[in-house]
Design a protein around this ligand. Structure first.
Ligand code: PLP
Length: 329
């Protein structure tokens, strides 16, 4: 049995790890066509504001294989495809083909001589000092691939306390969550501040129709009477690759998975609730709004999914090798 204190401990997240004051950084990142020493990858302060508003990005993980002799980038091509889709939606024209970006990611992993699990962040943003506030379509863009190591929570006993946020999830009519844009994270950040101030770990955002959408950095699913339900991709969520992966793995494990509207009150009646995302991996929600979920620890479906996901990302499973890009040590 996990103690309440352990359950309450917020896991290291993408959001947390973005605050990296204490790290020296890797040796290299990839910027607009070549490797650049990490410390020299500077831009002018005037370039930050509007370029940041317009930028889109991806979050990708490369896991050390179970036999310890290579890195396995998980669903690399699908992440890169989503980067192009985000860029298309905000009219950023990425001047590199997918082969170049795939090579760039591999180059960054090799150049930094990583022998640990690595998080990779490719992002595209308007180049130079953008003076036109609305960042017109067609301006040239820069592309950077940065990276850092992380500690995986897969296969560990963990859980988090979530709370339904008073903030509404951004929506298709104003800021489409389908676009993986840094700007969208202001919404999640407000919800996170509220959740933390009220003593919870993570918020769960409802959409403009009052239905469950997602967390600030992950999608969500509930298990009730053996059926897994997760908000559909038109519920105000990012089209998450971990969500898609989880649906596939859960069905292979014999579970029924339904993509549908999920009500807030279903969170309170669920036997299990879990987040799914590249950064958060499979994160059990053990309390929602002060109500214990099931036994207050990860339930059997969540544990089975965690184990299956862990096995796939480390290349232990014979299945889904096509989801992995190998980078031998
Ligand atoms: C808002 C949001 N939803 C969902 C996800 C999960 O997406 P993926 O599984 O593709 O990482 C993320 C991941 O960063 C996210 O930021």
């Amino acid at each position: 049995m996990t103690t309440e204190q352990e359950l309450g401990a917020a896991p290291m997240s993408i959001m947390d790890s973005l605050v990296r004051n204490d790290r020296g950084g890797p040796k290299w990142l990839w910027r607009s066509g070549s490797l650049v020493p990490w410390a020299d990858a500077r831009i002018h302060v005037n370039a930050v504001g509007h370029a940041s508003v317009a930028s889109v990005f991806e979050g990708i993980k490369a896991y050390v294989s179970h036999d310890g002799n290579r890195l396995l980038a998980f669903r690399l091509d699908e992440h890169l495809r989503r980067l192009y889709e985000s860029a298309r939606l905000v009219r950023i024209d990425i001047p590199y083909g997918v082969e170049t970006l795939r090579d760039a990611v591999i180059e960054v992993l090799r150049a930094n001589e990583y022998r640990e699990d690595v998080y990779l962040r490719p992002w595209a943003f308007p180049a130079g000092i953008v003076q036109e506030q609305m960042v017109p379509a067609g301006v040239s863009c820069e592309l950077v691939v940065d990276s850092w190591t992380f500690q995986s929570g897969l296969g560990t006993e963990r859980g988090c306390r979530a709370a339904v946020s008073s903030w509404t999830r951004i929506n298709e009519a104003s800021m489409p969550p389908r676009v993986k844009a840094f700007s969208n994270y202001h919404n999640g950040r407000l919800a996170m501040i509220e959740a933390r101030e009220n003593g919870h770990d993570w918020p769960i955002l409802l959409n403009e129709r009052g239905k469950v959408s997602e967390g600030p950095g992950a999608c969500i699913a509930i298990v009730r009477d053996g059926v897994v339900s997760t908000p559909s991709t038109t519920s105000g969520i990012l089209e998450s690759l971990t969500r898609e992966t989880s649906i596939t793995l859960l069905r292979e494990l014999g579970h029924t998975v339904v993509e549908r509207d999920v009500d807030r009150t279903e969170l309170y009646l669920a036997d299990e609730v879990f987040f799914m995302g590249t950064g958060w991996e499979i994160l059990p929600v053990t309390w929602v709004d002060g109500l214990k979920v099931g036994e207050g620890e990860a339930g059997p479906v969540t544990r089975a999914l965690d184990a299956a996901y862990h096995s796939v990302v480390r290349g232990r499973s014979a299945e889904h090798a096509d989801w992995l890009t190998e980078i031998p040590f």
